[in-house]
Write a protein that binds this ligand. Structure first.
Ligand SMILES: NC(=O)c1ccc[n+]([C@@H]2O[C@H](COP(=O)([O-])OP(=O)(O)OC[C@H]3O[C@@H](n4cnc5c(N)ncnc54)[C@H](OP(=O)(O)O)[C@@H]3O)[C@@H](O)[C@H]2O)c1
Length: 235
């Protein structure tokens, strides 16, 4: 019996590393690795070739409502009557070090659509598949910048707002379905294009930590704001 994961933005960065580690961790893991440009997802196609049948590369642009809706048909064809165990909302953007009195309005809306609207819609679209899965788990990838309690200051205003709202979405999902496990996950400050200058963690360390936390989750852990190392952030 497979454990099926759907991961957004799986073509590079943390999404790719999580896909790689899940495939290595257990032969039962099957990954629906989504990305906006499958033709350019060279690393994913290499994984697909070496892990026959356990990786499905599916087009999914989280900036497009139509693409998100269209992805359901692909996934439905892959799963048949089977359920989805994990929805892992990883894809996100952080295009600016903006501040509350100096930001680009169109960019703010794009960040909200990508980092909040997409995980919300994907949660709704894949809810029937999660109902049929055994793990019933949604991981919404957040950041320490979304924590009010950490008092991170004004930097990355649009990104922080979007992830703070994503945390509230996660809380609402957890309270709506107490038989689901819905969490926010901060991967730490990781050496990827999004992490930028000064990041301290390798993707390997962050992904290994995240998968360890997820493996230990129970429904009692739902609605919480986890870090990759198993500690929790204040809201
Ligand atoms: N790195 C950090 O320090 C850090 C810290 C806290 C939280 N996070 C979170 O961790 C997650 C992964 O970030 P990362 O560091 O791995 O970033 P990354 O290396 O920049 O990768 C971002 C991924 O998101 C995808 N993506 C962006 N817009 C998309 C769209 N419209 N449709 C589909 N995919 C899209 C990218 O695909 P393309 O290749 O097509 O652009 C890429 O696969 C994000 O949710 C981020 O907010 C990261």
């Amino acid at each position: 019996m497979s454990t099926v994961w759907l991961i957004t933005g799986a073509n590079r960065g943390l999404g790719l590393e999580l896909t790689t580690q899940l495939l290595a961790a257990s032969l039962s893991n099957e990954i629906i690795a989504t990305c906006r440009t499958p033709a350019a997802a060279t690393d994913l196609h290499k994984l697909q070739a070496s892990e026959m049948g356990r990786v499905h590369v599916v087009p999914l642009d989280v900036g497009s409502e139509q693409s998100m809706r269209d992805s359901v048909k692909y996934v439905s064809d892959i799963l048949g009557d089977r359920g989805l165990d994990y929805l892992y909302n990883n894809a996100a953007i952080n295009p600016a070090f903006d501040s509350p009195f100096d930001f680009d309005y169109a960019q703010l809306l794009e960040v909200l659509q990508t980092n909040l609207g997409a995980p919300a819609l994907l949660g709704e679209l894949y809810y029937p598949f999660l109902l049929r899965g055994s793990k019933k788990t949604i991981v919404n990838v957040s950041t320490g910048l979304a924590s009010l309690g950490l008092d991170c200051g004004p930097k990355c205003t649009s990104y922080s707002i979007s992830k703070c709202a994503l945390n509230m979405l996660t809380y609402k999902q957890a309270k709506t379905r107490v038989d689901f496990t819905c969490i926010c996950m901060d991967p730490g400050w990781v050496k990827t294009p999004l992490g930028g200058e000064g990041a301290v963690l390798e993707t390997t360390e962050s992904a290994a930590g995240i998968l360890g936390v997820i493996a230990r989750l129970t429904p009692a852990d739902s609605g919480k704001f986890w870090r990759y190392n198993g500690t929790q952030h204040p809201w």
